[in-house]
Design a protein around this ligand. Structure first.
Ligand code: CS2
Length: 491
């Protein structure tokens, strides 16, 4: 079967929305670092809308920092791919034309630096995952003994990390008398703009203090909150779309109707006239905190508990007895720690969120969300527990979620089926747990590690006791029974 490309885009079925602007006249005002499915289903659609509005400055030059897979999917397709939006039985399809080029940084570092340093580049967006910032999640300092960071500290000839690329490019822009771009982190981290700025400034200062000062004064790193559920594409998704399109699209992404991008209104260069899907605001923090603690907190909890019960998809976990009760209880605990921004009605947000999780055709895998738990837990669950303990409030549901994450490190679900743990700290976690043989010993082993859990929680006897109890219950009864008894246990 032919691949989707510029030559067959015009003959696709009428139900498929496709670019109506002249792709050949587009310039790349955006460079994106980390072109995974999330970028293609979220920010790329926003820039596509800007192109459709007639402002042809907002094409995307995208880069993968290591893997060649997205380049190999999109290059034969002239950068075109389909965004499939699933809302229960209803499916909408849109061909996105914004991505003009995909660079694999390890193969073409100079091309990526040239794109980042081009006069017409105004915005750099990043989805490099929590671990890509190379910052210690507890102290916020650059992880200097990370081999890639160490190489970037030694030389920025061939940068290894995203902060390395930004520093090298900003240095070229300064030397050429160009304005800096606006660097927008789109990862699920609190104060993501501040984190990116810290990483860039710390690295720049190692090379050239004057450059660091220039960046600090002139380059904007707005905070953002990004939201759209984008499950990994499967071979079945690609085959089903091919049946419909009559051509094969290996770069397709699937997502839900909901999309939201809240951006701090601080730019150091031009930006599009953002339309629907984007909110510019002075304060992103409260939006970010609500999203991380409600959506992502519940997501991680369902991923570990559901995964342990041997359940593959989020909507299936919610169909388990009392799973919804558990999520509501977790949200009650989290909601009490929030200061919701004007414009956010938490009751409506929770209702919508439950419906989003229950979307039966998205098929969001528990395994996908369970990935990188050590990087996600601090902002999704631990900060919330800490805020509650400061007011002497217990957190039954949140602690159960943390206990499920500890149990997950065992590498076997409750049915005895093994799985690989995908986490940058998988090895130290396994090592810490190796000698522990009871729930209390396992909890103590985790609390002895200084990389994941904030020290205030590690030293809190109330937290330890609750964690031992919940882990004990999970080990003795399994995730399914622990959830099923949830109402009674927490009453
Ligand atoms: C998920 C998120 O994989 C995960 O950890 O919790 O990717 C989630 O789907 C998005 O943040 C939704 O905006």
């Amino acid at each position: 079967m032919n691949r989707l490309s510029s030559s067959n885009c015009d003959v696709l079925p009428d139900t498929v929305l496709r670019p109506s602007y002249d792709r050949a006249s587009v310039t790349c005002g955006v460079v994106h670092l980390g072109i995974g499915a999330f970028h293609r289903a979220h920010q790329a659609e926003i820039f596509e809308d800007a192109l459709e509005s007639g402002d042809l400055r907002w094409g995307i030059c995208a880069a993968s920092l290591r893997s060649a897979s997205v380049r190999d999917q999109l290059e034969p397709q002239d950068g075109l791919y389909t965004m499939v939006v699933r809302d229960g039985a209803i499916e909408r399809r849109r061909i996105i034309g914004a991505v003009q080029q995909v660079i694999v940084a390890t193969e073409q570092p100079e091309q990526l630096l040239a794109a980042l340093s081009a006069e017409y580049t105004h915005i750099v967006t990043l989805t490099i995952t929590e671990k890509g910032y190379k910052l210690d999640s507890l102290t916020g300092a650059l992880i200097e003994d990370d081999p890639q960071v160490a190489r970037d500290i030694a030389s920025l000839e061939r940068p290894q990390t995203a902060p390395g690329y930004l520093v090298a490019a900003l240095s070229r822009r300064r030397a050429a008398g160009l304005r800096p771009f606006t660097a927008i982190s789109c990862d699920n981290l609190p104060r993501n703009g501040q984190r990116l700025r810290n990483a860039v400034l710390e690295l720049a200062r190692r090379h050239d203090p004057a450059l660091a000062d220039w960046i600090a004064i002139t380059c904007a790193f707005p905070e953002t909150m990004v939201d759209r559920i984008v499950p990994a594409t499967t071979a079945g998704d690609i085959a089903a779309l091919a049946d419909h399109l009559g051509v094969e699209d290996r770069g397709m992404v699937k997502t839900e109707p909901f999309t939201q991008w809240v951006i701090e209104d601080r730019f150091s260069s031009a930006r599009p006239a953002f339309g629907s899907g984007v909110q510019l605001t002075a304060a992103v923090g409260p939006w970010e905190e609500a999203k991380l603690r409600l959506l992502n907190g519940a997501h991680s909890a369902l991923a570990y508990l559901g995964g342990l019960a041997g359940i593959d998809y989020i909507h299936e976990v919610l169909a388990l007895p009392d799973a919804r009760t558990f999520v509501e209880a977790l949200w009650d605990e989290a909601e009490a720690t929030l200061s919701p921004p004007n414009g956010l009605n938490i009751a409506a947000y929770r209702r919508d969120l439950m419906a989003r999780f229950e979307n039966p055709t998205l098929r969001h895998q528990t395994r996908q969300i369970a990935m990188d738990g050590s990087q996600k837990l601090p902002q999704r669950l631990l900060a919330t527990i800490r805020a509650r303990l400061a007011k002497d409030q217990a957190s039954h549901s949140l602690v159960l979620a943390v206990a499920a994450w500890i149990r997950w490190q065992h590498g076997r679900n409750d049915l005895g089926e093994p799985f690989a743990i995908d986490d940058p700290l998988a090895a130290p976690l396994a090592e810490a747990l190796a000698g522990a043989s009871t729930p209390a010993e396992r909890v103590d082993a985790i609390l002895a590690m200084d990389a994941i859990i904030p020290v205030e929680l590690r030293q809190d006897a109330r937290f330890r006791e609750a964690l031992v109890e919940k882990l004990g219950a999970l080990e003795a009864n399994g995730a399914l029974a622990t959830l099923a008894g949830y109402r009674q246990a927490s009453a």
